[in-house]
Design a binder for this molecule. Structure first.
Ligand code: AMP
Ligand code: ZN
Length: 114
């Protein structure tokens, strides 16, 4: 996707602090962190929203979640706790239409989110 910001980060056309990558997934620090840890875990493949997922994507989605948990562990926040969120479309506040799992932690988070 030529105009997608996260595709550009994945393709190294825009800088980001990448904390993990493999052949299917890239994870990088959010530019406006909402906590001491705020990492976005994204698939290399451009998928606009969760509504666009297909049955064949089940393993990929599982990998995104397990990678977020592994990053949380590596950052020392797994035991204390953290939040993982996918926003979808307007009412959730989604602004980048390339699915991304927010991993937020390192402080006590409020619930409900509002
Ligand atoms: P969402 O609102 O769920 O679509 O989240 C998009 C996230 O992308 C926000 O938390 C932004 O702070 C983050 N973001 C926007 N631009 C960049 C960028 N260039 N590098 C890293 N994160 C970004
Ligand atoms: Zn994209």
């Amino acid at each position: 996707m030529a105009e997608c910001l996260f595709c550009k980060i994945i393709n190294r056309e825009i800088n980001a602090t990448i904390v993990y990558e493999d052949d299917r997934i890239v994870a990088f620090n959010d530019i406006t962190p909402q906590g001491p840890t705020h990492v976005l875990v994204v698939p290399r493949r451009h998928i606009p929203t969760l509504n666009d997922l297909e049955p064949g994507d089940d393993q990929l989605v599982g990998e995104l979640i397990r990678r977020a948990a592994a990053i949380a562990k590596s950052k020392g926040i797994a035991a204390g706790g953290y939040r993982t969120v996918f926003n979808t479309n307007h009412d959730s506040g989604q602004t980048i239409f390339h699915i991304h799992l927010h991993l937020i932690g390192g402080r006590a988070l409020h619930w409900p989110p509002g």
